[in-house]
Design a protein around this ligand. Structure first.
Ligand SMILES: [Zn+2]
Length: 365
């Protein structure tokens, strides 16, 4: 048994909600965070069939990729499948949680899973996120600098590429005067005091700001801790949209199409003209990825594997890349497996079920 809150906290640590797209509605959609959970059903979509399955399998929580509610509901009368699913879930005490575009954007998320299934190596984010990095500058009395720095790194600051604990310190002097209500750690109240301090600076992902500041305040000895937070223009290479990686050995375009068809069990692959080139570099984006085509071309990918391409968007390949539209559902189907792995790792005693319902609304004749 675990509280629902523990599960959502765990998932949100891996895929922070603040990373989701503005139109999205990831997070807990139905349910009480204090309820006890012992069995979970993982699925790509929530439908009435999936709720039925949840009832049958006696689970208290459904973890889905697509949120069943995107925009607000003003009435819940059972008029459509969304309302009927919600009513059925609430009646049966089943919570619904979704990790959607936030899970698309993290390393180890939806696109990492696609890369893994394709056997790609050296995978990295295709379009690194902007506005996700911040800088912390703080001033620490010399003898505490090691302790505070270590605590801040441990909280998740200072990661750049393959390096952790990245920071910079310089020596200086801080000055302050406490009023009559103060309790200065050094010096006397009412008197200006100067203290040898280090200026410490490091970077951190914006979604960790609360944790980083709390860690700073907890580890720093001063009554009032001086610090600055800067928004950075730098891109954060650990989060963003799509991924790119390389095949261990180059293969022909036809061989790669066969591999795609087998791996993703696709009814059909819609693709642009083959270019008679060996295939080595593959860009992927689960779901609707046409917006990343330019990045995939610029990054030198031979293939762009995604879903939901419109007729006119296929023209944009311009013989620079092969677009392979394998279908929205097909591209994201292994997200179920991803949820399963993530939840088993943390909650090995849970009864975890992979939904058996085929929620793909698209059929191939
Ligand atoms: Zn999707």
């Amino acid at each position: 048994m675990a509280k629902l809150k523990e599960i959502t906290n765990y998932l949100e640590n891996l895929a922070p909600i603040s990373l989701q797209e503005p139109y999205d509605n990831a997070g807990l959609i139905v349910g009480d965070t204090n309820s006890e959970i012992s069995a979970v059903l993982v699925t790509l979509d929530v439908s009435e069939e999936v709720i039925e399955e949840a009832i049958e399998k006696k689970v208290q929580l459904i973890v889905a990729h697509h949120p069943i509610i995107f925009s607000g509901l003003k009435k819940i009368t059972g008029e459509n499948y969304v309302e009927r699913s919600i009513i059925k879930a609430i009646k049966n005490d089943i919570a619904i949680y979704a990790a959607h575009t936030n899970l698309d954007r993290v390393t180890g998320g939806v696109n990492s899973k696609i890369c893994e299934k394709l056997g790609l190596q050296n995978c990295k984010i295709l379009q690194a996120a902007a506005g996700q990095l911040k800088k912390l500058v703080t001033f620490i009395p010399v003898e505490y600098s090691d302790k505070v720095r270590k605590a801040i790194f441990k909280a998740g600051a200072g990661n750049i590429g393959n390096y952790d604990s990245c920071g910079y310190t310089s020596n200086g002097e801080g000055s302050f005067r406490g009023n009559k209500n103060s309790q200065p750690f050094v010096g006397e109240k009412g008197k200006i005091h100067t203290e040898k301090e280090v200026r410490f600076e490091t970077i951190f992902p914006a979604y960790l700001q609360g944790k980083i500041i709390q860690t700073l305040l907890n580890s720093h000895p001063y009554e009032e801790v001086a610090y600055d937070i800067y928004v950075l223009e730098n891109k954060f290479d650990k989060t963003g949209m799509g991924m790119i990686g390389t095949l261990p050995t180059p293969i022909s375009e036809k061989e790669f199409l066969f591999q795609l068809k087998n791996t993703f069990h696709t009814g059909v692959i819609k693709h642009t003209a083959l270019l008679n080139k060996q295939v080595k570099t593959i860009a992927v984006c689960g779901g609707s990825g046409s917006f990343l085509l330019k990045q995939a071309i610029t990054a030198g990918a031979n293939f762009f594997v995604s879903g939901d391409f419109k007729y006119h968007q296929f023209f944009d390949a311009e013989n620079k890349i092969v677009i392979a539209d394998i279908g929205h559902f097909e591209s994201e189907q292994f997200t179920k497996e991803l949820f399963y792995e993530l939840l088993t790792k943390k909650f090995p005693k849970f009864a975890l079920h992979l939904s058996e319902a085929n929620t793909n609304p698209v059929f191939y004749f």
